[in-house]
Every structure is written in structure tokens, then in C-alpha cells.
Ligand binder design. Structure first.
Ligand code: XMP
Length: 317
């Protein structure tokens, strides 16, 4: 019979056997899968697991610092890498969503390869691949797909020549969460909403600038914090704010304003393939809208997305 505890026990034993004294590098994203894979590997090989967490400048407000802190708390051997400027430089002038995704994927691979080279004699690449990723290996948008689309461009980066260890590749998402719980991983990490690899770059429509990222981070943080304090966060499958490339007229005191619009998105879903927009309470939406408009300079209007998937998608890009 499959239980989370028996899975943990047999997997750690098997990893010890397989890896011996070898070193493993693994990229952490803050998401559930990579976190659970890292903790399993850490139990098996301790400091020989070298985790790399990249700040691409496109994460939620304060996310890099707080997630890095929780990882350190769990005892992981982890290096946080500030690569914000490299990503902003690569995104400069790009507004096409797929071009933005490609640029982000390319820079991530460069940064990760640089970091992997710092680990002497590394033999393995650890990954948080889960069973649905294995069967849907042609998934259009996953990080592994991003990596694949680069296989053909100018040869393989060195870390992709490493042997691959994927301790979760027989599990479904709900099983990964149970295993994470059995390992004592914080609910703050296990319960978090899915967040796309390209991050806020696909929630800022059009060109990315650090200023727009800053504005969106502020609005998004107000939104998410309010979902949490209203007790709604765990009932929503995914939520986030989107920065629209639209300016509209408003009035603040007796001044006319001409500023940008933020759209709030919240969906219910099982796997992201289909999704319904969430019927959030009007009072909550009103509170969030007021807080954003009164506190975030550059935003004077907030709208709510009432489109389901299909025919819309969850993200706007
Ligand atoms: P869509 O917008 O296609 O999103 O309805 C479905 C789910 O996929 C996530 N998503 C991505 N995840 N890289 C990722 O790692 C991407 O480029 C990407 N695009 C969308 C989205 O957040 C949602 O959970």
C-alpha cells in the first residue's frame, strides 16, 4: 500500500544507494515540486545536494528573500543568485509573449549553467519532475519545455549533460503535497498557488521595465494578502494581478490623473487545463480595489477578469 511515509522511507534509501557520495545540483523555484524533491534529496545526501535559487527579478514582492529564508531554515545547502539585471537586460524592448518566454528561458539556462560550474565534480542534475510532466512531455509551457526548445540552439549547456535524478517522477500533484507534509515542509510552501516560470513578465502586457515590475508587485501583494486575511486564499486555485498597457482618466483630490489599469484574476481549477473565474465577494473586491488605488502610485483603476478557460486562458499572455 502506498503511504507518504513509506514513499519517503523507500525513496531516501534508494537515493542513497543510487547517489553514494556524488554531488547533485538542483534549481529551486519556490514551488511545491522542486521543494519536495530538494528535501528528499537533502535527507539522502545532505550537503552533497547543491541547490540554486535564481532571482530573475520577476517574482512576487519579497518572495525571493522570504522563500530563500525558509529554504535555509529547512537546512538546505542553497545559494541565492541575484540575476535580476541579466533578465531585465534580455527583456529590454521585447513585447511579444513568446519572445519574452524564450529570453527568460535562455537567461535562466545561462545563469544556472554558470552556477552549476561552481560545484566541483558535480555528477547529477536533480529535478522536481512529476508524473504528469513525464506523460505530457510535449507540454507547451512548462520549464522543461523551455529547456527542450533550446536543445537545438548552439549545443547543450554542460549541466544538461549531467545524469538526471527525479525522485517525484511517479507521483501526482496531490501525492507530492502529501509527501511534502510527511517531510514536515511548511504549509506556506506546500499550499502556495501555482506561479508561472516566466513570472510577472507574462503578467505585464507588453514591454517589461523594472518600474512596471515594482508597481505590479505592490498591487499583487495587496491582492494576495487580502485573499489570505479574508480566508479565501486556499479556496482559490490560482490568483494574481495583471498590469495592463492601458491608461485611463481618473480623479485624485481635485487633480485629474491619467494612469494605468490593473486587472485582478482568480480561478478555480483542478489542473489548469480548464478553469472557472472565482466569484469573489464584492466587499472583498471593493476593499482590494480601494487599497490598490490609494497606495500604488501609477494605478488609478482596477478591474476584475470574469473570463473562464476555455475560451480565455488563465494568464493574459
Ligand atoms: P494558461 O494561461 O495557459 O495557464 O491557461 C495554465 C497554467 O500554466 C501556467 N503557465 C506557465 N507556467 N511557464 C510556466 O511554468 C509558462 O510559460 C506558463 N504559462 C502559463 C499558468 O500560470 C497556469 O497555472
Amino acid at each position: 500500500d502506498w503511504t507518504p511515509d513509506s514513499f519517503v522511507e523507500t525513496t531516501i534509501a534508494a537515493l542513497k544507494e543510487k547517489l553514494g557520495d556524488d554531488k547533485v545540483v538542483l534549481g529551486l523555484s519556490g514551488g511545491v515540486d522542486s521543494s519536495v524533491a530538494a528535501v528528499l534529496l537533502h535527507h539522502a545526501i545532505g550537503k552533497n545536494l547543491h541547490c540554486i535559487f535564481v532571482d530573475n527579478g520577476l517574482l512576487r514582492k519579497d518572495e525571493f528573500e522570504s522563500v530563500l529564508e525558509s529554504y535555509k531554515h529547512m537546512g538546505l545547502n542553497i545559494k541565492g543568485v541575484d540575476a535580476k539585471q541579466r533578465f531585465y537586460d534580455a527583456l529590454n524592448g521585447l513585447s511579444d509573449p513568446e519572445k519574452k518566454r524564450k529570453a527568460i528561458g535562455r537567461v535562466f539556462i545561462e545563469v544556472f549553467d554558470d552556477e552549476a560550474h561552481q560545484v566541483q565534480d558535480v555528477k547529477w542534475l536533480g529535478q522536481g519532475t512529476i508524473y504528469p510532466d513525464v506523460i505530457e512531455s510535449v507540454s507547451v509551457k512548462g520549464p522543461s519545455a523551455t529547456i527542450k526548445s533550446h536543445h537545438n540552439v548552439g549545443g547543450l549547456p554542460d549541466f544538461m549533460k549531467l545524469k538526471v535524478v527525479e525522485p517525484l517522477n511517479t507521483l501526482f500533484k496531490d501525492e507530492v503535497r502529501k509527501v511534502g507534509k510527511a517531510l514536515g515542509i511548511d504549509d506556506n510552501i506546500l499550499g502556495r498557488h501555482p506561479f508561472p516560470g516566466p513570472g510577472l513578465a507574462i503578467r505585464i502586457l507588453g514591454e517589461i521595465t523594472p518600474e512596471k515590475v515594482d508597481i505590479l508587485q505592490q498591487a499583487d501583494a495587496i491582492y494576495i494578502n487580502n485573499l489570505r486575511s479574508a480566508g479565501v486564499y486556499d479556496k482559490v486555485w490560482q490568483a494574481g494581478a495583471i498590469y495592463l498597457p492601458v491608461q485611463s482618466v481618473g480623479v485624485m483630490g481635485d487633480e485629474r490623473t491619467y494612469e494605468n489599469v490593473v486587472c485582478l484574476r482568480a480561478v478555480e481549477s483542478l489542473d489548469g487545463m480548464t478553469a472557472d473565474w472565482c466569484h469573489l465577494p464584492y466587499d472583498l473586491l471593493a476593499k482590494i480595489s480601494n487599497e490598490i488605488i490609494n497606495n500604488v502610485k501609477g494605478i488609478n483603476r482596477v478591474v476584475y477578469d470574469i473570463s473562464s478557460k476555455p475560451p480565455a486562458t488563465i494568464e493574459w499572455e
